[in-house]
Design a protein around this ligand. Structure first.
Ligand code: ADP
Ligand code: MG
Length: 273
């Protein structure tokens, strides 16, 4: 590769040829039930382009389902979601139904990256192969270009010496950094993280949070479900607290953490802090 390894620390993640400008996400009054269980109840969020949002809340409060609806993995019953004004949800409030065609959904989903708790790397593929898979097959990038991008991204997450390793040869923290690089290879406008450090041994959490922290400076819109309160306080522009499918609080971390109004949020913070 002709990418100098030393660029990582100096330029952070800011380079425009690697990162696309973030998208503005509007979650407008979405509701979602599984049977009689209302998992999302009239959720309203406005995430400006390039913003970093941390979503907190107890287990079962609907955080993962919210991310899955933003990424079209889950259909909403009511409300809609747009990115840069393009409808990505399925249904407008009221009687009018907007159903996107499957190929349009796939096209829009390619603008949204997702990083899961359990990394979800392809175990039988090397790091490099994991990284070029989607650019080649989803984005239609040429092989040379895909490989160049893979080298660049793996350098950014500090793992250029692992490019030919298999996932099982990496620590959990390293696997998660590869998973982040892989989701970046699609040059998403929005990147969703669902408890990205929850499966990691405590001593490996920091290296993954550091990578996300770097990413926060690139202008990609980030939405992070996390229990890492210190990280949320430091990195997020907006903190959202969910319980039982509803957003109970949202606002800048200083206000949310210091003056949480809602007793349920204060209880939650007392438990996790
Ligand atoms: P969180 O991520 O905050 O822990 P989830 O969004 O995973 O919460 O789940 C919210 C609620 O929805 C939980 O009660 C969960 O059991 C339920 N749920 C999630 N997915 C499904 C599904 N596919 N079918 C039925 N119930 C589900
Ligand atoms: Mg969850």
């Amino acid at each position: 590769s002709d990418i100098p390894a030393a660029t990582a620390g100096k330029t952070g993640f800011r380079d425009a040829h690697v990162f696309r400008p973030g998208g503005a996400v509007h979650v407008h009054g979405i509701s979602k039930s599984f049977g009689s269980l209302k998992v999302l109840d009239d959720v309203e969020l406005n995430l400006p382009a390039g913003s970093v949002t941390a979503i907190l809340g107890p287990s079962g409060s609907g955080k993962s389902t919210l991310l899955r609806t933003i990424n079209h993995l889950e259909r909403v019953d009511d409300g809609f979601i747009s990115i840069d004004g393009d409808l990505v949800g399925y249904r407008q409030k009221g009687d009018t139904l907007y159903e996107l065609k499957e190929k349009d959904i796939l096209k829009r989903r390619a603008d949204i990256g997702m990083v899961f708790q359990n990394f979800n790397l392809f175990p039988h593929l090397t790091v490099l192969e994991n990284l070029v898979e989607a650019p080649l097959h989803v984005r239609g990038l040429g092989r040379d270009e895909a490989i160049r991008l893979a080298h660049e991204l793996i350098t950014r997450v500090g793992l250029s010496d692992k490019i030919n390793a298999y996932p099982r040869q990496l620590s959990g923290g390293q696997q998660q950094r590869v998973a982040i690089a892989r989701s970046l290879a699609l040059r998403p406008k929005v990147l969703l993280f669902d408890e990205p450090t929850s499966a990691l041994d405590p001593e490996l959490v920091g290296e993954v949070l550091d990578v996300i922290k770097e990413l926060a400076r690139t202008g990609t819109t980030l939405v992070i479900v996390t229990h890492e309160i210190g990280f949320a306080r430091e990195v997020a522009d907006t903190v959202v607290f969910m319980e039982a499918g509803r957003v109970l609080e949202q606002g800048p971390p200083a206000r949310i953490f210091n003056e949480a109004q809602h007793p349920r949020m204060r209880e939650f913070l007392a438990r996790v802090l």
